[in-house]
Design a protein around this ligand. Structure first.
Ligand code: NAP
Ligand code: ZN
Ligand code: ZN
Length: 349
């Protein structure tokens, strides 16, 4: 077994605190990754605080992991010691269902195995995530990461990156299209970078007036304050695609009304409260709402390779593990530019 240091949530209300546990020994097909950086996703906070229900404790959050391979099992072919590797939101799936066979392990019919707050395929062992020094994962669920990129800024690509890349690709975003990104947080800022890199005209729709300068620096050409009723009304029927990356309770209708004929509202944000949707806003302009959950392993690798080619990484603020609880409070206030990443060296001290 591999002795592992981490920070864990022990229940929904107390702060995350140090937790020592053991990872499994490296099996024939496993890769042992010494974690260097771990991104902080709003889903970590939702689950640590049991906002979606069904949280299991102790819980070591973290599913934006970049690290160095220290050892591999005897049958591993993709990795060797010394390689830089990534682990995202899933660490296993059934591997045989119709979706797994189509490289859509994220939609595994039997349910994917989440990197944390989930059970291994044995149905008994809790998985534990990236706020930790080490992780052992089957090589099928480990990604290759270009060592030429700034690794701490690569970590958020493993969730925020793929979660925004996948629906934008699915919606066929390309030059000439008008794309709105709602919620300029960890996901939203990656959505801006990807949509702009695909050649679309990008507008950030935000509740925070102080994010306008950053929105434009990240690749947006326009900025809409969602509390400005006149500006919103002036953009009715304007967009081809809107990506909704809001973490808190909100109403879909005000964004649907901004979509042109056949416009798509791509929903990735996961507040626990049910949103309101007016059927009139759907039938007008034949609009649709499409949900999307991260991406499969093949597409995640494709996204990482695309980022390496285009030099796309996340805008981050590096923190020590010991500051995670303060980071959660700042994330709730929208006070992060635009992703916290934990320097796991701080956990080894
Ligand atoms: P984040 O960094 O905290 O960003 C969320 C943004 O939402 C904020 O920066 C803010 O943007 C906006 N917002 C917050 N409260 C709002 C409110 N009351 N009304 C309107 N806008 C509000 O969070 P994140 O890590 O990007 O995650 C966003 C959501 O996506 C979370 O719910 C997360 O669980 C979910 N998620 C889903 C998937 C998936 O596979 N579908 C994957 C990862 C995460 P402005 O300041 O610009 O308004
Ligand atoms: Zn995430
Ligand atoms: Zn499956």
């Amino acid at each position: 077994m591999i002795a592992t240091k981490s920070y864990a949530a022990f229940n929904a209300t107390t702060p995350l605190a140090p937790y020592n546990f053991e990872r499994r020994d490296v099996g024939e097909h496993d890769v042992h990754v010494e974690i260097l950086y771990s991104g902080v996703c709003h889903s970590d906070l939702h689950q640590a605080r049991d906002e979606w229900g069904g949280s299991m404790y102790p819980m070591v959050p973290g599913h934006e992991i970049v690290g160095k391979v220290v050892s591999v099992g005897s049958k591993v072919t993709k990795f060797k010691a010394g390689d830089i590797a990534g682990v995202g939101v899933l660490v296993d799936s059934c591997r045989t269902c119709k979706h797994c066979q189509k490289d859509l392990e994220n939609y595994c019919v039997e349910g994917m195995t989440g990197t944390y707050n989930s059970y291994e395929r044995d149905g008994k062992t809790l998985t534990q995530g990236g706020y930790s020094t080490d992780i052992v994962v089957n090589e099928r669920y480990v990604l290759k990461v270009s060592p030429t990129l700034d690794l701490k800024a690569v970590a958020p690509l493993l969730c925020a990156g793929i979660t925004t890349y996948s629906p934008l690709v699915y919606a066929g975003v390309k030059a000439g299209m008008k794309v709105g990104i709602v919620g300029l947080g960890g996901l939203g800022h990656m959505g801006v970078k990807f949509a702009a890199s695909f050649g679309a005209e990008v507008t950030v729709l935000s509740t925070s007036p102080n994010k306008e300068v950053d929105a434009k620096r990240l690749g947006a050409t326009k900025f809409l304050l969602t509390t400005d009723k006149d500006a919103m009304a002036a953009h009715a029927n304007y967009f081809d695609v809107i990506l909704d990356a809001i973490s808190a309770k909100h109403d879909f209708t005000q964004y649907l009304d901004l979509l042109d004929l056949d416009g798509k509202l791509l929903v990735v944000g996961l507040p626990s409260e049910q949103p309101k949707v007016s059927p009139f806003s759907l039938i007008t302009n034949r609009r649709s709402i499409i949900g999307s959950m991260i991406g499969g392993m093949k597409e995640t690798q494709e996204m990482l390779d695309y980022c390496a080619e285009k030099n796309i990484v996340s805008d981050i603020e590096l923190i020590d593990m010991q500051n995670i609880n303060e980071a959660y409070e700042r994330m709730l206030k929208g006070d992060v530019k635009y992703r916290f990443v934990i320097d796991i060296a701080s956990l080894r001290k």
